[in-house]
Design a protein around this ligand. Structure first.
Ligand SMILES: [Zn+2]
Length: 95
């Protein structure tokens, strides 16, 4: 579905695919810079919180450290899976 959006740069109407990466057909300005910035910031935030994660494997980690971090990640995933399962059990249990 095609949408039109008024360009914040030149004021012309331009085709908008509802993506934050769409640019004006006339002047090349981002059609929704707010959304674009928000997405960028979210990506930055995600990257930052990923690196704060204790089991995050860094490039200069040795093989032993990598091994333990992988185990840590696996244990965490299993733990989350069990938690999710318990939550699901509670949710489907009547009464
Ligand atoms: Zn424009």
């Amino acid at each position: 579905m095609k949408h039109q959006k008024k360009c914040p740069g030149c004021g012309e109407w331009s085709t908008w695919y509802q993506s934050h990466e769409d640019i004006c057909e006339h002047c090349g300005t981002l059609l929704s810079p707010e959304a674009f910035n928000r997405d960028e910031r979210r990506a930055e935030y995600q990257a930052a919180s990923e690196k704060k994660w204790i089991f995050y494997i860094e490039e200069n980690d040795g093989p032993v450290l990598r091994f333990f971090k992988k185990i840590g990640n696996t244990v965490y995933l299993i733990y989350m899976a069990i938690l999710t399962f318990i939550m699901w059990l509670i949710a489907v249990t009547p009464g």
